[in-house]
Write a protein that binds this ligand. Structure first.
Ligand SMILES: [Zn+2]
Length: 385
């Protein structure tokens, strides 16, 4: 089915697989299936729409609306929300059910959802099991990190995002198990690598692109298992070290070396996409995925589409950001790990059969709810049988 986007007018296609998916995720109430209509916006505009709900790395000072204490938050003080410092929010001193209200059939749902969103407390940030890392967001298990975002199990990392199991790194992005690295992008298992991209298992490699199992290389591209290479030329150890000393003597000589390296990078043929051990996939940075279309940054995904950041075992999910660890049949949302969760965000840990809800975990069969931690059969935070 060919369509024109109602937001940007770009043509886009809704495939038979898509239609089958919308049918499959359509919820059933009292024995009647409520069909999810095909989208009216193109995948890019849907992604934009999804991201309007996610502020990764803008932090503000504001007061906690429970204790009055000054806190760091992803919500600026002028936002019309009730914001609790995250540990207070996760505590038991308040009850989201107190904000329950009847559904008013004379008013549109989204108006009522918006009203609820303005009164139910929401958490200031999303940093879990972390220590001394106040200035960050969407982090898990991080210690002594400053301005680190969307990262997992890191220590002493700063000014970076999407780091996993890294320590002592700065100005890095999308790196896994790296140490003492600076300005490194899309790399894994590296030690003391600077200003480089797409390195795997490298040590002392600078200004290099797409190198694997290399040591002591500078300004190189496409090398495998090499040592003492300067701009892709092999050298003896002494010669390499002597030349390197000159190259990194001053700030301006480093800049010149960078330009020379970039020239080499540009000449290097590169993969059209990083689809490793994948079958029937389109997108980039996918590992061991099957039948994923227009997906980015995913692992072990299956039958997913139009999604980004699907870190582990997402199945049959469309239009997601940050879905994984058993996410299945989810549509339009972010930070989802449950099943049949539609048009929702920050539903974790777990949440099944969740519709139009936010900031809820361990919930089932909820519609238009906010701030629940363990609930079932609720609409606009009101409990039903
Ligand atoms: Zn569009």
């Amino acid at each position: 089915m060919k369509k024109s986007c109602t937001q940007c007018s770009a043509p886009f296609e809704i495939t038979p697989d898509d239609l089958e998916f919308y049918e499959k995720v359509s919820p059933v109430f009292a024995g009647k299936k409520q069909l999810v209509p095909p989208p009216s916006k193109c995948p890019d505009c849907r992604t934009q729409q999804r991201f309007t709900w996610r502020n990764d790395r803008k932090l503000y000072h504001r007061k906690c609306d429970l204790t009055g204490k000054q806190i760091i938050s992803i919500y600026s003080p002028d936002k019309p929300f009730t914001v609790y410092e995250q540990s207070e929010w996760w505590g038991d001193t308040w009850d989201a059910q107190k904000f329950a209200r009847d559904f008013d059939f004379s008013r549109p749902f989204f108006e009522q959802f918006s009203d609820l969103l303005r009164v139910v407390p929401i958490p200031s940030r999303h940093v879990e099991q972390s220590e001394n890392s106040e200035y960050g967001n969407y982090n898990w298990g991080v210690k002594n990190c400053y301005l680190l975002f969307a990262s997992d199990q890191c220590q002493d990392c700063h000014f970076s995002d999407m780091l996993f199991g890294c320590s002592d790194c700065m100005d890095c992005s999308f790196c896994k198990e790296c140490r003492f690295c600076y300005q490194l992008l899309d790399s894994e298992s590296c030690y003391r690598c600077f200003y480089s991209q797409e390195l795997t298992n490298c040590e002392n490699v600078d200004f290099s692109f797409d190198c694997k199992n290399c040591r002591d290389c500078f300004g190189c591209t496409g090398l495998r298992g090499k040592q003492y290479h300067l701009f892709n030329t092999a050298m003896q150890k002494d010669e390499y070290q002597e030349k390197l000393k000159e190259l990194i003597l001053t700030r301006s000589s480093i800049e010149l070396a960078r330009e020379r390296a970039m020239e080499l990078w540009r000449k290097q043929p590169r993969l059209h996409a990083h689809l490793l051990q994948c079958e029937g996939c389109t997108g980039d940075n996918l590992l061991q995925c099957k039948n994923c279309r227009q997906c980015f940054d995913g692992k072990l995904g299956q039958d997913c589409a139009y999604s980004q950041n699907i870190p582990s075992e997402s199945k049959d999910c469309h239009d997601m950001y940050g879905a994984g660890y058993g996410a299945e049949l989810d549509y339009q949302g972010f930070c989802i790990s449950g099943q049949r969760t539609l048009f929702s965000f920050l539903i974790y840990p777990l949440g099944n059969d969740v519709l139009y809800s936010a900031y809820c975990g361990n919930c089932k069969d909820i519609f238009g709810c906010i701030g629940f931690k363990r609930q079932q059969y609720c609409i606009l935070n009101k409990q039903y049988t």
